[in-house]
Design a protein around this ligand. Structure first.
Ligand SMILES: Cc1cc2nc3c(=O)[nH]c(=O)nc-3n(C[C@H](O)[C@H](O)[C@H](O)COP(=O)(O)O)c2cc1C
Length: 224
């Protein structure tokens, strides 16, 4: 009897263990759920990976060429009382150019700039054609193809320190765009004169920028 029971138990065990052998395979806890399989295929698919990598590369290339373009333009200026500096900063902001100030080795005091007294420094310098006030800082023109050059008008001319600057730099291959500020005088031939003193580069005629020039007017001048 006990042999018969043992045989029955064995048969039942075999029957249950083979119940899943026919069609659908069974899954153990360690095997991935079927719903996970398509997700894995999607994330490993090569096309989406290529798309996500190529977009940032294109952006980086664009940014690099933009940076290279900006670095070819420089705004250099001399300003004794801040008006020309303001114009220079606006031009640099609009063009994305680098900005450099011509710093006099001996700063101009208010008394130096007092044009009501003809014996004061600035006026004496302007009345001395070969005066060349010393510049304190080095300004490199390496890599620049366009240089905006700003200055105030002093007695109808560019301050002599501009002559120091143009005579001590090589403008070969550079287009110089002179601009100036003044109480009321025009730029005159100041751009041409600076070009003659430089002896290199292409100097355009200077443009007087009024203190109240609008952003749109400034942009139009830059584009011209
Ligand atoms: C010594 C001296 C001479 C000047 N001569 C003239 C001039 O001939 N015509 C004029 O319109 N303004 C003249 N000005 C005024 C300046 O050109 C004007 O204030 C300019 O915008 C100042 O620029 P800055 O602030 O960048 O130095 C003179 C100023 C000084 C200090």
């Amino acid at each position: 009897m006990s042999k018969k029971l043992t045989a029955i138990c064995l048969l039942l065990t075999l029957a249950f263990s083979c119940a899943g052998c026919g069609g659908t395979p069974t899954r153990t806890a360690s095997e991935p759920a079927p719903t996970e399989a398509p997700e894995q295929v999607q994330t490993e698919a090569p096309i989406p990976e290529q798309e996500t990598e190529s977009a940032p590369q294109a952006e980086i290339a664009e940014e690099t060429s933009e940076a290279e373009k900006q670095n070819t333009v420089l705004v250099v200026y001399f300003s004794a009382t801040g008006t020309t500096r303001g114009a220079a900063e606006r031009i640099a902001a609009l063009t994305g150019a680098d900005l450099a100030e011509i710093v006099p080795a001996q700063p101009y005091t208010a008394e130096d700039l007092n044009y009501n007294d003809r014996s004061t420094r600035a006026t004496v310098e302007q009345n001395t054609p070969d005066a060349r006030p010393e510049i304190a800082n080095e300004i490199s023109l390496d890599g620049y193809t366009t240089v905006y050059l700003g200055y105030p008008i002093w007695w109808g001319q560019a301050p002599r320190i501009l002559s120091t600057f143009v005579e001590s730099h090589d403008f070969t291959g550079i287009t110089v765009v002179p601009f100036c500020t003044s109480g009321s005088s025009g730029a005159g031939r100041t751009g041409e004169t600076l070009g003659e003193q430089a002896g290199t580069g292409t100097f355009l005629p200077s443009t007087r920028l009024s203190a109240g020039i609008s952003e749109a007017e400034l942009q139009a001048w830059i584009e011209k």
